[in-house]
Design a protein around this ligand. Sequence first.
Ligand code: GLV
Length: 387
Amino acid sequence: MPVITNIYDLKRLHKRRTPKMFYDYCESGSWTEQTFRENVTDFDKIRLRQRIAVNMEGRSTATQMIGQDVAMPVALAPVGLTGMQRADGEIKAARAAEKFGVPFTLSTMSICSIEDVAENTEKPFWFQVYTLKDDDFMRRLLDRAKDANCSAIVITVDLQIMGQRHKDLKNGLSAPPKLTPKSIADMVTKVAWGLEMLGTKRRFFGNIVGHAKGVTDPSSLSSWTAEAFDPALDWDRIATLRRMWDGKVILKGILDVEDAKRAAEIGADAIVVSNHGGRQLDGALSSIRMLEQIVEAVGDKVEVHLDSGIRSGQDVLKAVAMGAKGTYIGRAFVHGLGAMGEAGVTKALEVIHKELDVSMALCGRRDIKEVDRDILLVPEDFAGRWA
Ligand code: GLV
């Protein structure tokens, strides 16, 4: 087993072991990828304050997200096509998450279905839904999530239409992959991936195929998005969707103070400050830059979480110190999955946990619940004066 010391080690293996169209799907942002890049580089601008002579014994990273105990304030984000990065990928990631004690969020655009994941795990997971036009399908999805004992739904509110990711068009992204000379030439170099894929029946969008009506090309993420997603989404509709689930609701994709206030008003249990990993509006500010002002505006009314840009435990620590009660990793766990399956997701979680724990200690804190803004050194113009 190669020595893995950080998420970028897993990323290198992921690239080597997974067909290009799926690696690229994970590792891309929309258009120029400016926001995708800045999500990461903006974390680097924040520094940590080194403190000494503080007893570091008995440390804890355990806390709660939406009232649920978590081993650290990190959940697995919903990522479409996870089961194409590795056969049965969603089941593998969900198992790693439950053993580690962090929430797993299943995407609507997963390969393994809600039922597949429920049958192969023991603890409740979270389910992500898009804002779809078809109320019937939406209701059935939520009923299926309820039957599968999902403990929260995460409504994605920043993807009624899809930001263009150039690589997906160039690669002809689909699930399962269409057989072209180019895709075959690539896949024959990914032997272990291919053998595992041949050994599973889960190669289609498991929540969609056989459940949604009138989808012209059920293997294409972009055509299903264009046909099924509700471009007319407004706050009334979001409030209706919120009422369709009588349990915890997380709204994912808030990047503006005014939107955060509306989300708090409609009774979301948590919001995720997110620009969809830089995959939607290219040119938007990074999530970490927007976090503090959103926490100031609504942090006493709704739990504020953050995704987009987290690649290390130091990033988690910075987000928590700025007021996030939880964070999500997407690419970081997918790199682990693509590299080494379930063991790789566990490794990604271990890496992040260790970085978080040691960095917290070196900042002079022993309990994640005591971490506050005082441990950070943030440049004066970090949030910026954008008018
Ligand atoms: C789906 O949510 C995507 O970003 O591809």
